[in-house]
Design a protein around this ligand. Structure first.
Ligand code: COA
Ligand code: MG
Length: 282
């Protein structure tokens, strides 16, 4: 089960939802939050519930509105009977919000005859000022991954934006991004890179996604179908990487008890073995 590419689709757009199925994404995020205007929330709930009852070409997650709003429970009440694969939780302050959502899901799953714990959760873990100080609290049995956002956090602290004129991230966003990588590892889940907003710049996307993968991200959010193939390609380990990882594992298997080995003229020790095993597990 790979979860490399996560494509956002506005929940009130039947045409985009229909189109998204063929994009090749591992996960579609049917959005009820910021891409849906307030007046369209009720319609979006119905459209998303109907989509969940149709064929699923990918995993279907639903981004609900923040728990601090009165929209979150009506969102869950509308979509949970149709059994989404997961819920994307925006603007949590801490892991306690994941636990609270988990209790709601316990109740909805029981009410609708679903397996307990079937519904996964992916928080967007850096969208409030408080969240930056609680990133070590997200471990939870429902957690599928952790991602971060570069739009809401700057707004929360009164910054003009999350990026400079040249597209580079502000220090606040770099901090949030870096902590998300560590927080995901600490919670033993995948770290998912945030969106690359300029959806026409596929070369820029490729470069950004590749840097993210080198830094520890295992997947990435998309906002446009054209971004999905690039993300899949960059985030999926290549045949060469897999072959190399297999050779690393093999060399240590052949020399049980050895702490170091040499391969192609390079020193290998335990971190290399760990990395190789992790890649093969993915
Ligand atoms: N999912 C499914 N289909 C999408 C899509 C998406 N996220 N984004 C674009 N498309 C479709 C368009 O509807 C269009 O379909 P058509 O050829 O049948 O008309 C086609 O792909 C090409 O789209 P394009 O003209 O390049 O873009 P656009 O101007 O129509 O849309 C956005 C641009 C940004 C509005 C759109 O990509 C979008 O809605 N993205 C998701 C936004 C979102 O969910 N944000 C919340 C998280 S940050
Ligand atoms: Mg947001």
């Amino acid at each position: 089960m790979t979860l490399c590419s996560w494509l956002f689709v506005p929940g009130d757009s039947e045409t985009k939802i229909a189109k998204a199925g063929s994009a090749g994404a591992d996960v579609l995020i049917l959005d009820l939050e910021d891409s849906v205007a307030l007046a369209r929330k009720p319609a979006a709930r119905e459209i998303v519930a109907a989509a969940l009852r149709g064929p699923r070409e990918a995993k279907f997650y639903v981004r609900i509105n923040p728990l601090a709003t009165e929209m979150a429970l009506p969102d869950l009440a509308a979509v949970m009977p149709a059994g989404p694969d997961g819920i994307v939780l925006p603007k949590p302050d801490a892991g306690a919000d994941v636990a609270r959502l988990g209790f709601y899901l316990d109740a909805f799953e029981a009410a609708h005859g679903m397996a307990a714990g079937a519904t996964k959760i992916m928080p967007i873990a850096t969208e409030t000022a408080a969240s930056i100080f609680t990133l070590d609290t997200y471990a939870h049995e429902r957690l599928a991954a952790l991602t971060w956002g570069a739009e809401d956090l700057p707004a929360a602290v009164g910054a003009a934006g999350g990026r400079h004129a040249d597209g580079g991230l502000t220090d606040l966003c770099r901090l949030a991004r870096t902590l998300t990588i560590a927080a995901a590892a600490r919670a033993n889940v995948l770290a998912i890179e945030t969106v690359f907003p300029d959806f026409k710049d596929l070369a820029g996307l490729r470069e950004y996604a590749a840097a993210g993968r080198r830094e520890g991200f295992a997947g990435m959010l998309a906002i446009h179908p054209a971004q999905v193939p690039v993300i899949n390609e960059v985030m999926t380990p290549s045949a060469e990487e897999i072959a190399y990882a297999e050779r690393v594992v093999e060399i240590f298997a052949k020399n049980p008890g050895a702490g170091v080995a040499a391969l192609d003229g390079k020193m290998l020790d335990m971190p290399h073995l760990k990395l190789a095993r992790r890649l093969l597990k993915l």
